[in-house]
Design a protein around this ligand. Structure first.
Ligand SMILES: Cc1ncc(COP(=O)(O)O)c(C=O)c1O
Length: 384
């Protein structure tokens, strides 16, 4: 019998979205005084405004950038961006995992744009960032949630670029520092690093993005939930709490609670520090165990939020079990023991485990989880 570790995780929550809430979260801490009121009334609007201002403060967004809450989570925010600004010039679109590949599909098959340069790489790798042409629009993902591969920095984007950068940053922001002057349109949803609720997206626009929006009208029809212009110009009201359609004030209250927690613990530097430390714990463990490795091939690109791991099986074992089944069996054991939920790799990604290591995750829980992964690995091996 393989000895089970004697400690259990305090919170078995390691999903890559919706992610675990912050450690002191309680529904009774939310400011629910606005519930049941119109989102256009003064007090609810102030709460929405507060969420935008705290976002700006914690993410250290330049004061000339604009921030709005938009419908349909990160997907809604990113689609809104693509549908509003793409088309006038050629596009370099980067993809190295499922979500990035989805943006490629939408640009080609839905918007039917033709001057597209696809710069792709397989799971575990990053495409050649140096081949990107900053005279064109650039569409990319900051952190590939399904492969655990992040861009290590944004230095490959020119400060003198002619095109716009569109960055899907949903699983990186609040855990990875970005150089805002490299980003023109950035999107994320609340459900990731801060453990907020899904279905609300945030879009962050640089002055150059606003310029494009004001000067360009796409040839295709725009659904109402993507329309952010009034009288031909971007409607400033959306940056001051007047959302396109009705937001959930409960979700806004929850997001404000998460932002206040983020501020209390020490702001962006601290949030990044927690995620980096969680990754270090996993890295030290991976370095000690030759049967497990990061899906990310380059150490500089290993994500500190969605950490994707692979198991290697000796030939003798591989005769009896494939890696998909093996990884699923490990995942099942961790769930049955209430040690870790939702650890499976994404459906399109190579088999393995995916551990969310963002700022709401306690390092002790990561340590305890890893001891159980070892137990589960040995137990599943023995069962073959
Ligand atoms: C990189 C990336 N983009 C987009 C999405 C979609 O986000 P949402 O479900 O918030 O629309 C996800 C969700 O995991 C993601 O990881």
């Amino acid at each position: 019998m393989i000895q089970k570790p004697n400690k259990k995780t305090n919170r078995p929550l390691f999903s890559s979205g919706p992610c675990a809430k912050h450690p002191n979260w309680s529904i009774t801490n939310l400011d629910i005084s606005v519930l049941g009121r119109s989102h256009r009334a003064k007090k609810p609007k102030e709460l929405i405004d507060l969420s935008i201002n705290l976002t700006s403060e914690i993410l250290e967004i330049p004061s000339d950038y604009k921030i709005a809450i938009v419908p349909a989570s990160d997907t809604g925010a990113f689609e809104l961006a693509m549908w509003n600004v793409l088309g006038p010039i050629g596009i370099d679109v980067l993809a190295w995992e499922s979500f990035g590949k989805g943006w490629v599909t939408d640009i080609i098959n839905q918007l039917k744009l033709s001057d597209i340069n696809k710069i792709e790489a397989d799971y575990g790798l990053l495409p050649d960032l140096s081949s990107v042409n900053s005279d064109r629009d650039i569409v990319f993902t900051l952190n590939g949630t399904t492969s655990g591969v992040k861009v290590p920095n944004l230095e490959w984007i020119s400060d003198q670029r002619k095109g716009l950068t569109l960055c899907d940053a949903t699983s990186g922001l609040f855990a990875q520092r970005v150089d805002w002057k490299k980003l023109d349109i950035t999107t994320f949803s609340w459900q990731k690093v801060l453990g907020g609720e899904a279905q609300h997206g945030i879009i962050i626009l640089s002055p150059r993005a606003i310029e494009r929006l004001n000067s360009y009208n796409p040839p295709w029809p725009l659904p109402k939930i993507f329309r952010i212009k009034k009288g031909g110009l971007v409607d400033d009201a959306i940056f001051a709490g007047s959302t396109i359609n009705t937001p959930s004030l409960l979700c806004v209250a929850d997001y404000v609670d998460a932002l206040k927690w983020a501020k209390e613990v020490g702001g962006l530097t601290k949030l990044i520090g927690i995620a980096d430390n969680n990754l270090k714990i996993i890295r030290d463990w991976v370095d000690k165990n030759e049967w497990v490795s990061f899906l990310a091939k380059d150490r500089n690109t290993v994500s500190n939020t969605s950490v994707c791991l692979q198991f290697s099986l000796e030939d003798e074992v591989a005769k009896y079990i494939d890696t998909v089944h093996f990884s699923k069996s490990i995942q099942k054991k961790l769930e049955e023991e209430n040690i870790g939920y939702d650890l499976g790799s994404y459906r399109d990604a190579p088999p393995g485990l995916r551990i969310w290591a963002g700022a709401t995750i306690d390092p002790d829980d990561i340590r305890i989880l890893l001891s159980w992964v070892e137990w589960a690995y040995l137990t599943v091996l023995k069962e073959q």
